[in-house]
Design a protein around this ligand. Structure first.
Ligand code: PEP
Length: 251
């Protein structure tokens, strides 16, 4: 089975209203006629509606970077999944390492968010990845397995087929230190084997696994050419039309 490549830009807490909409306009133009890759951008929540309005009818989808699991109510400062859907989101990134390690989100909390996203009709982009110390201690597979199982507890096979996994080694995020294509492929293959073990071969063959961590045009082609790498989650290089399109066009 051939899985369609999926490249998503995580804008993190960057840009302002004018630069976010200008970036969306530029990408929309540059993406015209490109059909063989799925592309999404994930702006800060406060700019989602404006960016989704610019991208309406285009071949670029919109995702959020996080949301809360409760449907509505007294949760000051939080954003619900249905709200994301309401303003035009298709995806929501969950369990990004910055949320796991800076905001101290547990896999249990992320699991509640995964279920809430699926219930709202959003596609979770679930991030997993090890710290440098964990890699050096030889526990990469164990850490990813723990994050995978904790974050996806109770997810059915049909639901799993819709979910996108992003393998993001924490030591490679925003550091300029990209994993080698071989390192990425090794973990992606292990994650796919884990999906086959937890579900079945068909689900494992369906799920797209993105790589994330200092991806840029100069290194993306080799990583994306690996058989178990089905796309990229891109931070820094997604903030400019040229650098993001360089990854999309360089595949
Ligand atoms: C990310 O934001 O998920 C990411 C991988 O960032 P960067 O590409 O900047 O390392």
């Amino acid at each position: 089975m051939t899985r369609k490549l999926f490249i998503a830009g995580n804008w993190k807490m960057n840009l302002d209203l004018a630069s976010a909409t200008a970036l969306a306009e530029g990408l929309k133009k540059a993406m015209q006629g490109i059909q063989d890759v799925d592309v999404a951008v994930c702006p800060p929540n406060v700019y989602l509606h404006a960016v989704a309005t610019v991208l309406e009818g285009s071949n670029i989808a919109v995702g959020a970077q996080n949301a809360y699991f409760e449907k509505e109510g007294a949760f000051t400062g939080e954003t619900g999944m249905r709200m994301l859907k309401d303003v035009g989101c298709r995806y929501v990134i969950l369990g990004h390492s910055e949320r796991r390690h800076i905001l101290h989100e547990s896999s249990e909390l992320i699991n509640l968010k995964v279920h809430a996203a699926l219930e709202a009709g959003l596609i979770p982009i679930l991030c997993v990845g090890e710290l440098l110390a964990e890699r050096e201690a030889g526990t990469t597979d164990l850490v990813n397995r723990r994050q995978f199982e904790g974050s996806l507890s109770g997810v059915s096979a049909d639901e799993m087929k819709k979910i996108v996994i992003a393998y993001e080694p924490v030591w490679a995020i925003g550091t300029g230190k990209v994993a080698t294509p071989e390192q990425a492929e090794e973990v992606h293959a292990a994650l796919r084997a884990l999906i086959a073990e937890r579900y079945n071969a068909e689900v494992a063959e369906t799920v797209r696994i993105q790589y994330g961590g200092s991806v840029k045009a100069e290194n993306s082609r080799d990583i994306l050419s690996k058989p178990n790498v089905d796309g990229a989650l891109v931070g820094g290089a997604s903030l400019k039309v040229d650098s993001f399109m360089g990854i999309i066009n360089g595949r």
